[in-house]
Design a protein around this ligand. Structure first.
Ligand code: 2P0
Length: 331
């Protein structure tokens, strides 16, 4: 079989996923709602070959470490079981943005992996099946299969069959822009999975966080439908701050922010008070994502660059879902 390359983009949750209702099947405790970005890309080449006696995984042109290879292998095992594939694969994956620094590289990585693997089949799996496999690999990964505005359903069933991502609105419905302020290039100290388990086990506000999720999804969906920026800003900042307050209430508390993260929160709120359409969101890392209307983006970027501790900024529009690349493969 020939090598197939897929491209996927990271996504950023506006209503956050944090915590699992089942760790074996990786079922989220909350719904989540995200936007898929453009500009930032994962390229993944997959080649199934009868000559291989194990999966071979390369990350950013180097042999991947055991932990990363094991996660990729587990995702491929799930795929092989469902698709009836019996061969191992070589996988070359690369990101054009920092890996594991709170920019959702696992989401775009698994979305690209499954999209490339699926394209090798004569009878491909459907998107719902891929979304479930992606979610099993990483709770936010199913969201990167789709472009624009995406929902990841928490689901009720214990087998996870109703816990999948699906498209909510296309990017063109409301083309927002995102300015990402990078405040550290280091990998985070505590991975999301570990952080979630620790939070669920020790945070006193856990139940309140889980119970709030459905209402926040409803409010965000309505705001996006009506293109109501103020309403989306209110609920997205609330979800972000509630998630971080929850993490901080764990014992010991998880603090993903640095000093610049906090300065950026204040700056973005000041900018909004002056009439600029911008709000912040922050994931399990110190970077701050400023979501804005395109006409505000130049001023927002200039203001964020001037905040002490900001190393650089990235600009993204809303992007497309995972897809096959027609470019020559990147091995
Ligand atoms: C999100 N995050 O909704 C939240 C907000 C980080 C903060 O999804 O354990 O890598 O693989 O299911 O998807 C990052 O967590 O976690 C994440 P696993 P994942 O975007």
């Amino acid at each position: 079989m020939h090598t197939i390359t897929a491209i996927a983009h990271p996504n950023i949750a506006l209503i956050k996923y944090w915590g699992k209702r089942d760790t074996v099947r990786n079922l989220p405790a909350t719904h989540s709602l995200s936007i898929t970005l453009n500009t930032l890309e994962t390229h993944t080449c997959v080649n199934f070959s009868a000559e291989l006696s194990a999966d071979q995984v390369y990350l950013n042109k180097a042999l991947a470490d055991d932990a990363f290879s094991a996660r990729v292998g587990a995702c491929l095992d799930g795929f092989r079981t469902l698709a009836g594939v019996h061969t191992f694969a070589s996988v070359h994956t690369s990101n054009n943005f920092p890996t594991a620094a709170g920019l959702a590289s696992s989401a775009s990585g698994f979305a690209a992996l499954l999209t490339a693997a699926n394209a090798a089949l004569e009878s491909p799996l459907n998107l719902r099946q891929l979304a479930i496999l992606a979610r099993e690999a990483s709770g936010s990964a199913g969201r990167s299969l789709f472009g624009g505005y995406v929902i990841q359903h928490r689901g009720q069933h214990s087998d996870g069959s109703d816990s999948y991502a699906e498209a909510l609105f296309p990017a063109k419905h409301w083309p927002l822009e995102v300015v990402i302020a990078i405040t550290s290039e280091k990998e985070k100290n505590i991975g999301s999975t570990e952080g979630m388990l620790h939070t669920a086990a020790t945070a006193p506000y856990w139940r309140a966080w889980v119970d709030r999720s459905a209402a926040d999804i409803q409010a965000a969906t309505a705001a996006i439908k009506q293109r109501d920026f103020a309403a989306l800003a209110e609920v997205a900042e609330a979800s972000c701050l509630a998630m971080h307050a929850l993490m901080q209430s764990a014992r010991p508390g998880l603090l993903y922010w640095n000093a610049a993260t906090i300065e950026l929160i204040h700056k973005i709120r000041q900018l909004r008070a002056t009439g600029l359409a911008v709000f912040f969101t922050i994931d399990a890392g110190p970077q701050v994502k400023a979501v804005c209307l395109p006409e505000a983006a130049d001023k927002v970027e200039a203001a964020l660059k001037a905040v002490p501790g900001v190393l650089r900024t990235l600009r993204c529009l809303l992007g497309a879902g995972a897809r096959i690349s027609n470019d020559a493969n990147t091995e």
